[in-house]
Design a protein around this ligand. Structure first.
Ligand SMILES: [Zn+2]
Length: 200
């Protein structure tokens, strides 16, 4: 497996968390494309991740008869300002920081993260998605397409975020095969990085 940068925002291995903001903070990817799948919000992702989402959604349909949809994909720095500030004003800063990244610290800004749901909308962006057929199929199969369930239930102290059974991060099949084989479930642990429960 050839190593890639975990610091360069253009690298598909870039690690972004509460301890590791994007550099530059207002980074935007140069190769965003429309993702031609069912969706609520119009999804944009970097080309390689978009192609992988299409392959994964096709496989869910062909192998298991499941229809998936994208609920959120690329979000710009400015969009994240709105999302984060909205959560702070609705729920307070502590709740917002447990559930929504600050601008510059969101994986969605990399163009490599996607929030996936059932096309039916059942349990959309809710923890109960983990128990649905769609959520279980993704948990078992996403690695085959280069996607990692980024915020596992038992790793809140490592990732800094509550369990999100819908949030998948594209890192490429080489890395997810390695993660699958070793049983390591977070990028922080795999790369030996500081755990990121809080902002500095
Ligand atoms: Zn997400």
């Amino acid at each position: 497996m050839g190593a890639r940068s975990i610091d360069d925002p253009d690298s598909i291995w870039v690690v972004v968390d509460k301890q590791r903001p994007l550099d530059p903070q207002d980074y935007s990817p140069a190769d965003l494309v429309d993702v031609p799948v069912a969706h609520t919000w119009d999804p944009l992702l970097r080309r390689e991740a978009a192609d992988a989402v299409v392959r994964m959604f096709d496989a869910a349909r062909e192998e298991a008869g499941l229809e998936l949809a994208s609920n959120s994909a690329y979000r710009s720095y400015d969009t994240q300002v709105g999302v984060y500030n909205g959560d702070v004003s609705d729920f307070g800063q502590e709740h917002a920081d447990a559930n929504t990244a600050r601008p510059g610290n969101s994986e969605h800004q990399t163009g490599l993260a996607v929030d996936i749901g059932a096309a039916s909308g059942d349990c959309s962006l809710d923890v109960c998605f983990a128990a649905t057929d769609e959520g279980q199929w993704l948990a078992e199969n996403a690695w085959r397409f280069g996607f990692l369930l980024r915020y596992p239930a038992d790793k809140v102290a490592v990732t800094g975020f509550a369990f999100e059974p819908w949030h998948y991060r594209y890192v490429g099949e080489d890395l997810t095969a390695e993660l699958h084989a070793t049983g390591v479930t977070t990028l922080e642990e795999f790369f030996g990085l500081a755990h990121a429960p809080d902002y500095p």
